[in-house]
Design a protein around this ligand. Structure first.
Ligand code: GH3
Ligand code: MG
Ligand code: MG
Ligand code: MG
Length: 394
C-alpha cells in the first residue's frame, strides 16, 4: 500500500511518517508540501492531506476528489474545515494531536484489512444503496449491492460475503424474513448482519436482535458515525476471530484440538461427499515417557504432529484427538489415497531415525462424522491388537 502525505509542516510530516513506517503493509510513504507538487502525483492508495497549505486552502482536496482519490484530512482548523464544502470530499479527518494520530494509525490498519472484506448491502432505495456503497468503498471494503432479500440470498450463494448490512422495509422478502433465511445457514459469527432502520421502534429492533441480527444503525446516518461504527464493529469481529483461532489450536503441537473437532469440523465435514478420516496412535508411548521422561515425550508429540503435517496436503486437517492420538481429516480423498499419506509418515519416521512406530485406522464409509470416526477408531484398535505398527483400512 502506498501513501502520500501532503503537509507543509515538515517536522509534523516526518513524525507522522515515522509512526506509519512501523506498519509492515505500507510499502511506500512519500511527503510533499505544496498543492503544486501534488499535480500528477496521483499513484497512491491513500492521501493524508493538510487542510491549509501555503498555496492552497482546500483546492488540493477538491483536486483529489475530482480524481476519485481516497483522502484523510489532518488539520488544526477543525471548525473551518467542518464548515467547508471539502468535508464531504474526504473519508475522514483528524486533528493534529497525539490522540488523533493514534486514531489515524488505527484507521489505516483497518483500511488495509478492509480490502480483504466483502460486504453485502441490501436496500430497496437506490439512494441508500449508493450512499452506503460510496462510504463503505471509501473505507476500503469491497461492496456488493442487492435491491431486496431475494437478490441478496442469490449473491450469498455465489460470492464469499463476510458481512451484511440490510434494510428492514423491503419488497419481496422483508428484512425480518431475510435474516431468518440467513440464520438457517449461517451462525451469528459466520455471517454478521447489521440492520439499518428508519424507525426508532425499540420493540421491533429487539425482535430483530433476537432472531439473529448482530447490531443496528439508524437512517439517516452521518458519514463519520457510519464509518466509525462499521470499523469498530469489524475490529471487534477480528479480535473475536483471532480468539476463536487460538481456542481451536492445541498449544503443545500447534495442530487443531478437540474444540475445533467439536465446533468447526462437523460443518466442514458436511461440505464434501467424498472424504476420509484417519486415526493415528503412537505405539507404546507410555514407555517413551517412562524411559526418557515426560519432556522428551512432549518433544516426540510435537515432532510427530510436524511430520504428519509435512506428509499431507494443505487442505487436510490434523487434530490432536487425545494424548498421543491424532485424527486427520482428508477432504476429497478415498481411504486408499489417505493410506498413501500415512505410509509417507511411516517412511519419514524411519528416515529420521525415530525409534517409535504408530498404528492407524482409516475409514471413508459412513454418513456422518461420528460414524466415520467410530469406524476408523475400530480399525485402529484392530491394528493395535494385531501387533501394532500397522495401518488398517478394512
Ligand atoms: P499403545 O501402543 O497401546 O497405544 O500404548 P501407549 O503406551 O502408547 O498408550 P497408553 O494410552 O497406555 O498411554 C498413553 C500415554 O501418553 C499415557 C500418557 O501419560 C501419555 N501422554 C498423554 N498426553 C501426553 C502429553 O501431552 N505429553 C506426554 N509426554 N505424554 C502424554
Ligand atoms: Mg426500504
Ligand atoms: Mg499409544
Ligand atoms: Mg492412546
Amino acid at each position: 500500500m502506498k501513501i502520500l502525505i501532503v503537509e507543509d509542516n515538515t517536522s509534523f510530516a516526518t513524525f507522522l511518517k515515522k509512526r506509519l513506517d512501523k506498519l509492515s503493509f505500507i510499502s511506500h510513504i512519500d511527503i510533499i508540501s505544496t498543492f503544486k507538487d501534488l499535480k500528477n502525483k496521483l499513484d497512491y492508495d491513500l492521501f493524508i492531506v493538510d487542510f491549509i497549505l501555503k498555496d492552497a486552502k482546500g483546492e488540493q482536496i477538491n483536486y483529489l476528489f475530482e480524481n476519485e482519490k481516497k483522502v484523510i484530512v489532518i488539520t488544526n482548523y477543525e471548525k473551518e474545515f467542518l464548515e467547508s464544502e471539502f468535508k464531504s470530499y474526504v473519508i475522514d479527518y483528524v486533528i493534529k494531536d497525539e490522540i488523533s494520530i493514534d486514531y489515524l494509525v488505527r484507521f489505516i490498519k483497518r483500511f488495509y484489512k478492509n480490502h480483504y472484506i466483502n460486504v453485502l448491502v441490501v436496500d430497496d432505495m437506490a439512494f441508500i444503496r449508493n450512499t452506503l456503497n460510496l462510504y463503505l468503498s471509501k473505507i476500503g471494503l469491497n461492496v456488493y449491492l442487492a435491491q431486496n432479500g431475494k437478490e441478496a440470498l442469490d449473491i450469498l450463494e455465489k460470492e464469499k460475503i463476510d458481512f451484511v448490512i440490510s434494510d428492514i422495509e423491503m419488497p419481496i422478502i422483508d428484512g425480518e424474513k431475510f435474516v431468518k433465511e440467513i440464520r438457517k445457514k449461517y451462525s451469528l459469527n459466520e455471517l454478521p448482519v447489521v440492520i439499518i432502520s428508519a424507525t426508532n421502534d425499540k420493540e421491533k429492533l429487539i425482535k430483530l436482535l433476537k432472531i439473529g441480527c448482530n447490531d443496528y444503525l439508524f437512517k439517516p446516518f452521518l458519514k463519520e458515525e457510519l464509518i466509525i461504527r462499521i470499523n469498530n464493529f469489524l475490529d471487534v469481529y477480528d479480535s473475536f476471530m483471532s480468539v476463536k483461532k487460538k481456542l481451536e489450536i492445541d498449544s503443545l503441537t500447534n495442530v487443531k484440538n478437540r474444540f475445533f473437532l467439536e465446533n468447526s469440523l462437523p460443518e466442514m465435514f458436511d461440505l464434501y461427499s467424498k472424504k476420509s478420516i484417519a486415526m493415528l496412535d503412537i505405539d507404546f508411548f507410555k514407555k517413551i515417557n517412562d524411559t526418557y521422561g515426560h519432556q522428551y515425550g512432549d518433544k516426540i508429540l510435537k515432532d510427530f504432529a510436524d511430520i504428519i503435517k509435512k506428509s499431507i496436503r494443505k487442505t487436510d486437517i490434523v487434530i490432536r484427538y487425545g494424548g498421543e492420538e491424532f485424527l486427520v481429516f482428508f477432504p476429497n480423498t478415498l481411504k486408499k489415497e489417505a493410506l498413501i499419506a500415512l505410509l509417507k509418515i511411516k517412511k519419514k519416521l524411519k528416515e529420521n531415525d525415530y525409534k517409535y512406530t504408530f498404528s492407524a485406522g482409516i475409514a471413508d464409509e459412513g454418513s456422518n462424522l461420528e460414524e466415520i470416526i467410530e469406524l476408523a477408531d475400530k480399525r485402529l484398535y484392530k491394528a493395535k491388537s494385531s501387533g501394532r505398527d500397522k495401518i488398517v483400512i478394512e
